[in-house]
Design a protein around this ligand. Structure first.
Ligand SMILES: [Fe+2]
Length: 292
């Protein structure tokens, strides 16, 4: 049973998921947050890593307005057609399998999206992402989150020793749906692939807690090791991450908002029936520091 919700004074109603991370915030309208309530929401987010807020009725501009409370936003990449996902709102990225006149209105299709941290292959990865559900399929397409502070804590002292001070190459060849990014020629050797090197153990700039920073598995490489050694060590770390006890699964409903801390979590998505519709809008809050 998840713990009961608690309310501090007139503040937020926070219900922990009772799983590896995450909390649901209720009785709140994200269009109207005064500074005190926002400060509480921000604290709850840092503590719980992922927040779910249901029944929000937001326009695209209101979604951007809410997201901006957390910092400057990245612009979404343009679609392969050269068009913006949402005309006039360049901050919005559309995650969808829906076709209109034969053209996809969004990215990532209907397949599984493997575990990843958003854009960890750039020097300053985004610090947070916000997803807002417009249409959701009757089943499937659930999103899973994993608590990378807990994964780090779970490593044996011997394993912590082996990864201390090491950096990991985050591959920028593929997006989270497994599609090759525009303008990239894939390489079979992760050492030649485009991407960024970041510390394998990362200290969160706000909570100051250490987290394991894996990014994504495909084409990952631990600097200074031979390829087979790097693969073996990565497999060991990924097995611990994917153990199940550090995760929380979210089954989407329309009007759900989910906000996650991209610095201490990873996420993945189940596949869903391609004949059903799923449309989510995403914003991304810029990272302020390279991981260190
Ligand atoms: Fe993602």
């Amino acid at each position: 049973m998840p713990p009961s919700p608690r309310r501090g004074g007139d503040g937020l109603l926070v219900r922990l998921t009772g799983e590896g991370l995450g909390a649901e915030i209720s009785d709140i309208d994200l269009r109207n947050l005064d500074d005190d309530l926002f400060a509480e929401l921000h604290r709850a987010w840092l503590q719980n890593l992922v927040l779910l807020v249901r029944d929000q009725q937001l326009t695209g501009s209101e979604l951007i307005g809410f997201s901006r409370r957390f910092g400057d936003l990245d612009w979404a990449p343009v679609q392969e057609t050269g068009r913006r996902f949402v005309e006039g709102l360049p901050e919005i990225y559309v995650v969808s399998n829906v076709l209109e006149k034969g053209e996809p209105i969004g990215s990532l299709g209907h397949g599984e999206a493997a575990w990843h941290t958003d854009m960890s292959y750039v020097e300053k990865p985004p610090k947070a992402s916000v997803l807002y559900a417009l249409e959701t399929p009757p089943s499937g397409g659930n999103t899973y989150f994993v608590n990378m502070y807990s994964v780090y804590v779970a490593l044996t002292p011997e394993l912590k020793q082996r990864i201390a001070g090491r950096r990991i190459k985050h591959d920028g060849t593929y997006n989270s749906g497994g599609y090759i990014r525009q303008g990239v020629t894939p390489s079979v050797d992760p050492r030649d692939a485009p991407g960024a090197l970041h510390p394998l153990v990362y200290v969160h700039p706000e909570t100051k807690r250490p987290a394991l920073y894996l990014g994504r598995r495909r084409n990952a490489y631990i600097e200074g090791l031979s390829l087979p050694e790097s693969e073996a060590l990565l497999d060991e770390l990924w097995r611990i991450m994917d153990h199940g006890q550090f995760t929380w699964m979210h089954a989407w409903r329309p009007k759900d908002i989910v906000l996650w801390d991209n610095r201490c979590t990873m996420h993945r998505r189940d596949a869903f029936d391609p004949h059903t519709r799923r449309i989510l809008h995403r914003t991304q809050i810029k990272g302020e520091w390279p991981p260190a």
